[in-house]
Design a protein around this ligand. Structure first.
Ligand SMILES: Nc1ncnc2c1ncn2[C@@H]1O[C@H](COP(=O)(O)OP(=O)(O)OP(=O)(O)O)[C@@H](O)[C@H]1O
Length: 662
């Protein structure tokens, strides 16, 4: 930048004191520096570089005679202005063509992961659009160690055992791997992060702050202050609660467990992460200690849930086949069963049942019976909210529909307990304990009809359990009576009638023949509630559809802005008749100014999102409406329709895509 034309000012005096200005022709831009042999932004006088270059940069190896450059870290009026480098004949910029020999010899980048195995990205990724965004869960990486990705299982195991300081993170005992030295652990992936924070926050400097959801908090003015036709920016985007929910699901899906002591692969599943958040291991339901893991399949790179029954030995080949009829079941209230196999990957003989993965879901038991408070402080019952009656009816209807599908296919759930029902999103349940007892109890041939009758009884107890916040059936008849009293007190009589009907033993005639109580009878009885549930589902679906519409618009507008950004101001095409500033591109540049750089009467920037969205919508629609575009020097005025601007964008973008701009 030529400085001679600047008038003297106190600032000039300061600059002189730092770096005395030489006399003669000065040149600070893209001149070949003979000292270092490249075009640089050095400071020149009569083509002599005045900068101080360290000896290792110099072509000759001798220090240059120029004055030491004492003020290089600061930007001042002498700083060379930025100018993109000119393309060279081979299409590479000058900067690229002068890669130092050191860089040229650098080893090529090779991802650490095994390309044959599809790996999930680490959970420490950061969202591109918002720099302050952080995942809710952050992998803990002990100092000096990288994440476990790419390490063999043995390496990961050794690494974990070597670091005594971090024993608390060796999750072996919590994950079904017998590790006698491991301390009782708190699962870092527990939904309740308070316990984890209390335990580790002081020492673990890498502990992740929760995601910055407050960045999206709705700001005023609220709707009450606005006229009916006015909108706030938040009206244009996805509701905060929904976005947060979806983000949490995405974070839960991408969560990984570095330094894991779990097997690196189980059959074709890898990246196992335990889903059990408690240390309580019960064998009541399946007769075996069970573990639940999230894992990715290397066949299709999708997440699945592996339920492992520890110590299961297959005695009858046909038993494992009994999961197959479940693969045909396709119902929105039943978790899909994918496959079942036995494995020795865990160091014992285990049965693995692979089902669909529903990130960030909770069991009914976790939601309505065992809260995080009761897990952390056994014996202390947390204040649990009663289930509102419409929600309870919605649950009953969903269970009934799921049972209808299952019974219709000649199957039975056999494990309909609150801990085996997932709540996967708002008021949405999915039965999760099916198929396992068919394998485990294959030899104990119980007639299907009895199994289905048992389903209805378990269904009745399940309603009693979730409404009274107690695990039922229990050995104490008093608690069942208490639960009935509670239901009669809080809900409409019809709820109690339904539970009565479900819990009543199967009716038999005098000859001992069954009278055929079936799920169809229940469906008929609750048809009015089914209609209500259907209606509220349709409303929920309408809301989601309109949210999707909003996002759809956003997607369109982003694509449009991307095209505009690609076309406007392409300095590398300047030699080509200043491509981006001629023809229709000139108008597009002015349109960009009109949309984004508008100023009001006082010359203040207009930051009206509505103006931007309206203009871009009209552009996207190719409206016949005209817009007046004024050049920056106010010498040219164009009256042009959005339709013509749209044509201009398409033509210019196509030209760019074909590489014609050059
Ligand atoms: N298919 C699934 N998708 C996502 N999460 C699941 C899935 N199945 C289970 N989970 C999660 O795994 C955790 C453990 O599930 P599990 O069925 O073992 O319940 P549990 O309460 O541990 O029961 P139990 O005491 O009988 O072992 C729960 O938090 C549950 O939300």
């Amino acid at each position: 930048m030529a400085t001679s034309s600047l008038g003297s000012s106190p600032g000039d005096a300061r600059r002189e004191a730092v770096s005395p200005r030489p006399k003669g022709r000065e040149n600070a831009r893209n001149t070949l520096c003979r000292n270092i042999g490249i075009y640089g932004h050095c400071r020149f006088q009569d083509d002599t570089c005045l900068y101080y270059h360290p000896p290792d940069q110099l072509k000759s190896g001798k220090p240059n005679s120029g004055q030491p450059y004492t003020n290089s870290a600061r930007l001042n009026v002498d700083s060379p202005s930025f100018k993109p480098l000119q393309p060279t004949s081979n299409g590479l910029s000058a900067a690229r063509s002068t890669i130092s020999p050191k860089s040229a010899n650098a080893a090529p980048f090779t991802p650490k992961t095994n390309p044959a195995t599809l790996q999930p990205p680490s959970s420490t990724f950061s969202a591109p659009a918002q720099q302050s965004w952080q995942p809710h869960y952050q992998d803990f990486v002990p100092g000096g160690y990288e994440t476990g990705q790419g390490m063999s299982h043995t390496d990961q195991h050794n690494a974990t055992n070597m670091i005594n300081t971090y024993d608390a993170f060796a999750l072996g005992s919590n994950m079904g791997i017998s590790n006698p030295q491991a301390q009782p652990t708190i699962n870092p992936y527990a939904q309740d992060q308070t316990a984890l924070a209390n335990a580790y926050y002081q020492t673990a400097h890498t502990f992740a702050q929760p995601a910055q959801y407050h960045n999206y908090a709705p700001l005023g003015p609220h709707r009450d202050n606005l006229l009916q036709y006015q909108r706030t920016a938040h009206d244009l985007f996805i509701p905060d609660k929904l976005r947060e929910d979806l983000q949490k699901k995405a974070e839960a899906s991408w969560q990984t467990l570095p330094n894991s002591t779990l097997p690196a692969t189980v059959d074709h599943y890898h990246s196992l992460v335990p889903l059990d958040t408690t240390n309580i291991r019960s064998t009541t339901i399946f007769g075996y200690v069970t573990w639940t893991y999230k894992a990715m399949s290397s066949k299709d790179a999708k997440w699945y849930t592996l339920r492992r029954l520890e110590g299961y030995k297959l005695t009858n080949e046909k038993a494992i086949q009994s999961h197959r009829p479940w693969k045909r079941i396709d119902n929105g209230n039943i978790v899909t069963v994918h496959e079942a196999f036995t494995t020795r990957d865990f160091g014992d003989s285990s049965l693995i049942v692979v089902t669909g993965y529903h990130p960030n879901s909770k069991t009914m038991s976790e939601t309505y019976i065992t809260t995080s408070t009761t897990q952390r402080f056994p014996g202390r019952q947390a204040a649990l909210q009663p289930i509102p009656e419409p929600v309870l009816w919605s649950y009953i209807v969903q269970f009934a529909c799921a049972l209808k599908t299952i019974h219709m296919h000649g199957l039975a759930v056999r494990a309909l307990y609150p801990s085996k029902v997932l709540i996967t999103s708002k008021n949405r349940i999915r039965i999760n304990g099916h198929a396992i007892l068919d394998i485990v109890k294959y030899d104990a041939a119980v007639p299907l009809e009895d199994q289905q009758q048992e389903d209805l009884i378990q269904f009745g107890y399940l309603i009693l359990s979730i409404t009274s916040n107690t695990q039922l059936p229990s050995n104490s008849p008093a608690s069942i009576q208490k639960a009935f009293d509670h239901i009669s007190r809080v809900y409409a009589p019809k709820v109690k009638d339904v539970v009565d009907w479900l819990l009543n033993p199967q009716l038999t005639d005098g000859a001992g023949t069954s009278s055929g109580k079936s799920i169809d009878g229940l469906l008929g009885y609750i048809s009015a509630e089914m209609a209500n549930t259907l209606d509220s589902q349709l409303h929920a679906s309408d809301i989601l559809t309109s949210t999707l519409m909003g996002e759809l618009e956003n997607g369109r507008l982003v694509r449009l802005m991307a095209k505009l950004g690609l076309i406007n101001e392409r300095p590398e095409y300047e030699h080509n008749n200043r491509w981006s500033e001629t023809g229709e591109r000139y108008q597009l540049g002015l349109f960009r100014d009109y949309v984004f750089h508008a100023v009001d009467e006082q010359g203040k920037p207009v930051t009206d999102l509505g103006h931007i969205v309206t203009c871009l919508n009209k552009l996207d629609a190719g409206s016949a409406e005209t817009v007046q575009l004024v050049s920056r020097d106010e010498q040219n005025v164009f009256v042009v329709s959005y339709k013509d601007l749209k044509k201009g964008i398409e033509a210019s973008f196509n030209e760019l895509s074909r590489g014609r701009g050059r």
